[in-house]
Design a protein around this ligand. Structure first.
Ligand SMILES: Nc1ncnc2c1ncn2[C@@H]1O[C@H](COP(=O)(O)OP(=O)(O)O)[C@@H](O)[C@H]1O
Ligand SMILES: [Mg+2]
Length: 232
């Protein structure tokens, strides 16, 4: 039998379960399998409360599953120690949330450079150049020295997207990245995500309520009743 072609998997999750142990235990994910190849652009849809953020947080090593295994870029999250997880979060994964979480005591450029500043103290000059160029590309060339509070919603979110790419991750997890934006800005920000995906080959997993956006992804995954389904 021929060897199966090796697919470069950025995400390889098997049998994921998640129970929140509150006053009453709540099992949100009932055993989910999920594989995402390098460079894919995947949309995750599902009703509010269906477990989309729970799944994304587990994939981002921000939360642990109750059961099942997750490999991100080949690393088994269950056996990785805290240092390895921190390294993975900082190097392999970029995050974009609905709210941009930019820090107002820093400029647009400084915010985008934050992952590099955290790592190196002073970001290397070539990275500053690369990030400056990326900010220019996404239309923020005249905003580099502005504080986030001076930016529009779309500008702030574009800054957050550049920040997510600062460490050249292999995977960007975006939880309703356009959830706070008007429809025109949503279209622009989505186009940017898509462009960066195609250009850099970084895989994107985007949670969205917007059916039109989801329809443009390479693949749609839907969470319903704790299970994951292909297609809408
Ligand atoms: N930390 C938590 N503790 C207890 N229950 C939680 C916690 N986080 C989320 N939940 C519950 O888990 C379910 C899924 O939440 P979530 O993943 O945020 O859904 P979605 O992102 O699809 O709206 C919801 O019923 C929510 O109330
Ligand atoms: Mg959510």
């Amino acid at each position: 039998m021929a060897e199966p072609t090796k697919v470069d998997l950025v995400v390889d999750a098997v049998g994921l379960r998640k129970t929140y142990f509150g006053a009453r235990p709540l099992e949100v994910l009932h055993g989910i399998d999920l594989r995402i190849a390098a460079g894919e652009f995947v949309a995750i849809i599902g009703q509010s409360g269906s477990g989309k953020s729970t799944l994304l947080n587990i994939l981002g090593a921000l939360d642990r599953p109750t059961d099942g295994t997750v490999r991100i870029d080949g690393v088994d999250l269950a056996t990785a120690d805290e240092d390895r997880l921190a390294e993975l979060r900082n190097h392999s994964i970029g995050f974009v949330f609905q709210f941009h979480f930019l820090l107002d005591e820093f400029t647009c450029l400084e915010n985008a450079l934050m992952p590099l500043a955290i790592e190196h103290g002073v970001p290397p000059a070539e990275d500053v150049e690369r990030i400056t160029e990326l900010l220019r590309r996404v239309g923020l060339g005249d905003r580099l020295r502005n504080r986030p509070s001076m930016l529009s919603g779309g500008e702030a979110q574009r800054t957050a997207i550049v920040r997510a790419l600062a460490n050249r991750p292999r995977l960007v997890l975006a939880d309703e990245p356009t959830g706070n934006l008007d429809s025109k800005t949503t279209t622009e920000v989505y186009a940017l995500l898509r462009e960066l995906n195609q250009e850099t080959g970084v895989a994107f997993v985007m949670v969205t309520h917007n059916d039109d956006l989801a329809a443009q992804a390479d693949r749609i995954l839907r969470i319903e009743d704790g299970s994951l389904f292909e297609g809408r």
